[in-house]
Design a protein around this ligand. Sequence first.
Ligand SMILES: C[S@@+](CC[C@H](N)C(=O)[O-])C[C@H]1O[C@@H](n2cnc3c(N)ncnc32)[C@H](O)[C@@H]1O
Length: 266
Amino acid sequence: MTALGVALIRVRETARPDRLYADPLAGVFLAAARPGFDADRWGRLEKLAEQFYEGRTLAVKAVDEHIREVAASDCPQIVLLGAGLDTRAFRLDLPPETTFFEVDLPELFDFKESVLDAHRAHPICARRVVAADLCGDWERVLLARGFRADLPTAWVDEGVLGYVPRAAAYAVAETVTRLSAPGSRFGMGRFQIAAAAPQYRALRELVLEAPGEPPVNGLGPDGESWFAAHGWKTTFHAWDDLVEPYGRPGVMGGDPAVGHVVAVRG
Ligand SMILES: C[S@@+](CC[C@H](N)C(=O)[O-])C[C@H]1O[C@@H](n2cnc3c(N)ncnc32)[C@H](O)[C@@H]1O
């Protein structure tokens, strides 16, 4: 559900004449998924995607730029944690020597790979599907798919650790640290989510179908200091500075403490 929600956001951005990026495959995924939904659930998904669109689409653009930059410099491996219906291995002009690992749940790839195959889509760089649960032994599957711990890696969490219970999120951070050669990077957000706000409650209702109290997930406020204490050097980039070049001033948050932290392995 959440992967489809972000695909809806990328479809909307792709349709804009002043688009920040184009993701033609996002519409292909949506067309394939739509018949499996009743009108009510699909309508709720569209409404939520609309509510999150402005900020999330800028975040997609910022991650695009981050991946381009690291792939062009010193990270031949990119690992997308919770890759969802991401198609950067198909749509970004990455160096052909880049290896792009996509980690997500097996059921996500059952859908994604069948749609990509039917569409005869070809990635620009080497792409490896890592069908595994981040709460389980995903390290074994990643290594079996050809990941090399001796090469610098850019790890991207674009919205998955928020769905992973806190202890499991720190287990992911430990695995990432163990597998990271010097020069590797890990990006994480620094912001507070108003988990009780109506749009987050609606998101939980749609995804979990039993909202209850907001779960304690992700790395939480101590993520940055955890990485700093485990051999990573962290640098903070304010959200408003990151998105200012994209020319959508209405989305500026005005809080200099909100932004993105990049940790580099020493
Ligand atoms: C909000 S979506 C983001 C997808 C993608 N990063 C994007 O921005 O389009 C979250 C993704 O995390 C995946 N996910 C959730 N829990 C997971 C877990 N325990 N292990 C692996 N993937 C998981 C979901 O299947 C979904 O694709």
